[in-house]
Design a protein around this ligand. Structure first.
Ligand code: ME8
Length: 511
């Protein structure tokens, strides 16, 4: 059986879930649902990253112990994903015992193999990123991501011989062009690897930071948070048993934004090499959501919280916007205007109207009973073919993680269905008694268009798809039926009267 292992980053518990975390988690969920629908066994991992300076500092600022603080925020992440209907298979916390144990086992193994040594290091440390920067990487002396001046830290640490694996990583990237995608991020990593790679400091002295996993070979040091967190992708599978590990590793598709490209594209593969494990299948890197071209921040009061979005717009409408608006790999702008326009235009008007017109006519003309199909006319075949074409295109776009293009293709078919109504004019020809059987046929084809949409939409808008199946009177065990167009509905099968799928949104002065 085909399998895929999909992961989100383990989110830091120093902030509550916002738009950015939600986007990555939603695309992960969409991919999982999509692969499942294709008959692929998919496992989705998400969770929280809880050790390190950043969390210790946030806990302190909140007057809590790091553990109590991590417990609290991690629970918020989990509850949020539950509320959002994210179909994850496992929620990992880097403070889980099995994870800590695995990190120590890997450290011990790499240490014994001679790839970890003790040395002194001085460098510019950004707490926001939890990593050292070289002078060259800083922009006007500041961290390019956080725009803060990093602290200069000099201390004795353990180092991972990352440099030893530079050549092998470079060769792997050259021989596997889709290991890191889209291409621009692969290009960035290749450029980086053409410069000498430094070894990675992987410990912090306990005297400075004790919120971390102790090194198994030196109790005076704790593990650097990235060396700890990255191993989550494997620790969970090992925890579930050797067969689970064998089944899903290395079929990993990691999903991240560009902020954490370096740890995932350089630290992680070299760590896997040193641990004697095969590399992941793909590292999939998306861009940033920006707010009217600025950064989302608490102090600016423009943080987008997923549960607020669910309440105000509905989860599926919010999902639709995120998936439709961002071309995977590029930055996208979040604005309430754009969100409301898309919901009103694509969901309420275009798709919502199609469904309600068809169900209303079916009700009014035939009391909801599906009519028999006669001979197909050219426009009927064209409608069916348009949906088949959309499905084919969606497959290609999903393989390239182009969610927005997949939805665009489907909406092309939905537009076509709306035009089919105008072209065939069932509401006009119904007036002639002799034309009534044809009206029944037209509506039958339109119900097929809605049934096909419900199927193709399921990974993207799962609640809407369920609602559509209910309206169409399709039972749970029939939802995945791929019976050909025209042979699903028996004559006399009852569909429901319309109900509003996507209410029109009136702006309320959001910015
Ligand atoms: O980096 N636009 O956690 P984190 C798009 N703990 N995506 C965004 C975003 C934005 N504006 N802001 C955040 C960490 N994200 C580490 C990961 S993994 C072993 C350890 C999303 O809480 C995006 O997925 O800072 C990004 O990579 C991630 O949140 C960073 O989450």
């Amino acid at each position: 059986m085909d399998r895929i292992y999909i992961t989100t980053p383990m989110y830091y518990v120093n902030a509550e879930p916002h738009l950015g975390h939600t986007y990555t988690t939603i695309i992960a969920d969409t991919l999982k649902r999509y692969y499942r629908q294709q008959g692929v066994d998919a496992f989705l991992l998400t969770g929280t990253d809880e050790h390190g300076d950043k969390i210790a500092q946030a806990a302190k600022a909140n007057g809590m112990s790091p553990q109590a603080y991590a417990d609290k925020i991690s629970a918020v992440f989990r509850a949020t994903w539950d509320e959002c209907g994210i179909d994850y298979d496992h929620f990992l916390r880097t403070t889980d015992d099995y994870h800590k144990k695995f990190v120590q086992e890997v450290l011990q193994k790499i240490y014994e193999a001679g790839d970890i040594y003790f040395g002194e290091y001085g460098g510019f440390y950004c707490y926001g990123c939890e990593r050292f920067y070289t002078e060259k990487e800083l922009v006007s002396g500041k961290c390019p991501d956080h725009q803060t001046v990093p602290a200069y830290i000099k201390e004795k640490n353990y180092f991972f011989r990352m440099s030893k694996y530079q050549q092998r990583l470079l060769e792997t990237l050259e021989s596997k062009p889709d290991l890191i995608r889209p291409e621009r991020y692969r290009g960035e990593v290749l450029a980086f690897l053409r410069e000498p790679l430094e070894d990675l400091s992987i410990s912090r002295p306990k005297s400075r930071l004790d919120w971390g996993i102790p090194l198994p070979f030196d109790g005076e040091h704790v593990t650097y948070v990235w060396f700890d967190a990255l191993l989550n992708y494997v620790s969970v599978l090992k925890h579930k048993g050797e067969e689970v590990f064998e089944a899903y590793w290395p079929r990993a598709n990691h999903l991240i934004a560009k902020d954490i490209l370096k740890p995932h594209a350089i630290y992680w593969p070299t760590m896997l090499m040193a641990a004697g494990l095969p590399l992941y299948d793909h590292l999939n890197v998306h861009g940033y959501w920006v707010m009217d071209s600025g950064k989302m921040s608490k102090s600016l009061g423009n943080v987008v919280r997923p549960l607020d979005m669910k309440k105000r717009f509905g989860m599926d409408a919010f999902r639709y916007f995120l998936l439709r608006e961002m071309p995977f790999g590029q930055d996208a702008n979040f604005s309430y205007d754009a969100l409301i326009n898309r919901i009103n235009a694509d969901l309420a008007n275009n798709f919502g109207n199609l469904v309600s017109r068809v169900l209303a006519m079916q009700q009014r003309y035939f009391s909801g009973a599906v009519q028999r199909l006669g001979d197909w006319r050219q426009e009927d075949t064209a409608l069916r073919d348009k949906f088949a074409q959309a499905e084919g295109e969606m497959k290609q776009h999903m393989a390239a993680l182009q969610f927005h293009r997949a939805l665009e293709s489907l909406w092309g078919a939905i537009d076509h269905a709306n035009r089919y109504i105008v072209q065939t004019a069932p509401f006009t020809i119904y007036k002639e008694e002799a034309q009534r059987p044809r009206v029944g046929e037209i509506l039958h084809h339109l119900l097929e268009a809605i049934r096909t949409s419900a199927h193709l939409l399921a990974p993207f808008l799962p609640d809407t798809s369920r609602q559509l199946h209910t309206l169409l009177g399709i039972s749970a065990d029939e939802v995945n039926s791929r019976k050909p167009w025209g042979s699903f509905f028996a004559a006399g099968h009852k569909v429901s009267p319309p109900s509003v799928l996507f209410p029109r949104i009136e702006p309320e002065g959001e910015k």
